[in-house]
Design a binder for this molecule. Structure first.
Ligand SMILES: *Cc1c(COP(=O)(O)O)cnc(C)c1O
Length: 357
């Protein structure tokens, strides 16, 4: 089956926009894009030119980093843009749906609702947040409108990774029916193999990676969609003609140089160390009812009085994440691992809170 059968027919029929840069990427005297002949910023030589829509060297580097071929890579403005593109290509307003397992990352729902797509929720267990794999499979089997199935591994905010075997069962069931999207924003914090290893086998598998978390570059806005070329060709029809500003491309390439891998390894080690320290800080606190350590660079906790603790910490200059709008997370707080100093401040705030109780 071709994945085109799952896409919105008007996207399949659409003739892609062809930018000047795409039509004439080569060198020469460039009088084809109404650009200025030179940059006004001495420090940024090429700023007067439109950037390469998919910068070749960055694409090559990301492909190598994620262990896939170059034609499996689409670079985007963060994973958020990847989610948005998938929704716009595969979900018809008022007809199609996405499936997610809340509590889940908020952008799946936002992108779906902005597109007019229905959101089908297969809720996680309200107490331990475990994923009901059978319910996911049954729901997908029973609802033909579902076009995108979101799996997050490790997940946010619950931190758990996809159980072994579930992805392949889902892919089997979703064939000819829906795309399975594995959001691996936190994959580098685990030792688990990436779903990208399966990309050649499944046309309806999409993996999302990002430089925002484990590459310490949330400000860069650089994500990668990994999929087969047939999916890419559809996404390219709706992506902005020049999604990546040239300074971002230069910074991303600098960040991913070989020496940077050592820096990243050090940082990941530091995160692991500090996470152990964070878990120690939280252990045996009478006001902490449950700790969900997860596999990512944050910890979710359930406490007696989430609002009170959030406000108390904020007054002590420590900002944590609460979820007042999500009923099953009303008592929960997500804490990013942070630096040693950050944890020191957090420890003080927690001690003061404990004394006040
Ligand atoms: C942080 C996060 C992202 C990253 O989004 P970017 O747009 O790449 O910054 C994606 N998915 C999940 C689940 C996240 O928590």
């Amino acid at each position: 089956m071709s994945v085109e059968k799952l896409a919105r027919p008007e996207i399949v029929a659409m003739k892609p926009y062809s930018s000047a840069r795409k039509e004439a990427p080569g060198k020469g005297i460039l009088l084809n894009a109404n650009e200025a002949p030179r940059s006004l910023l001495d420090s940024e030589g090429g700023l007067n030119r439109y950037p390469d829509p998919q910068p070749e060297r960055l694409v090559r580097r990301l492909a190598r980093l994620y262990g896939v071929m170059e034609d499996n890579v689409l670079v985007t403005r963060g994973s958020d843009e990847g989610i948005d593109l998938l929704t716009r290509v595969f979900c018809r307003a008022g007809q199609d749906a996405i499936l997610q397992c809340p509590p889940a990352f908020g952008m799946y729902r936002i992108a779906a609702q902005a597109q007019g797509a229905r959101v089908v929720n297969v809720a996680r267990d309200a107490t331990d947040f475990s994923l009901d794999a059978q319910a996911v499979l049954d729901t997908l089997a029973g609802d033909d409108a579902i076009k995108l199935v979101y799996m997050t591994s490790p997940s946010n905010p619950t931190g758990d990774a996809l159980e072994d075997g579930l992805l392949e069962r889902l892919l089997g069931l979703a064939e000819s029916k829906a795309l399975v999207i594995v959001d691996e924003a936190y994959a580098e914090f685990t030792d688990r193999p990436s779903a990208a290893a399966l990309i050649d086998r499944y046309e309806h598998l999409v993996v999302l990676r990002t430089l925002s978390k484990a590459w310490a570059a949330a400000g860069l806005r650089c994500g990668t969609v990994i999929a087969q070329p047939s999916v890419m060709s559809l996404l390219r029809r709706v992506i902005a003609p020049y999604p990546l500003p040239s300074p971002v491309v230069s910074l991303a390439r600098a960040m991913l140089e070989e020496e940077a891998l050592d820096k990243q390894r050090d940082m990941l080690r530091e995160v692991r160390r500090n996470k152990a320290e964070l878990l120690r800080l939280l252990a045996d606190r009478p006001f902490v009812q449950a700790i969900y350590p997860g596999e990512a660079n944050f910890v979710l906790i359930r406490v007696d009085d989430a609002d009170g603790l959030l406000t108390h910490c904020a007054l002590n200059n420590v900002i944590l994440r609460g979820f007042p709008a999500e009923p099953v997370l009303r008592d929960c707080i997500r804490i990013s691992v942070g630096s040693e100093d950050d944890l020191g401040q957090l420890a003080k705030a927690l001690e003061a809170w404990e004394t006040e109780q």
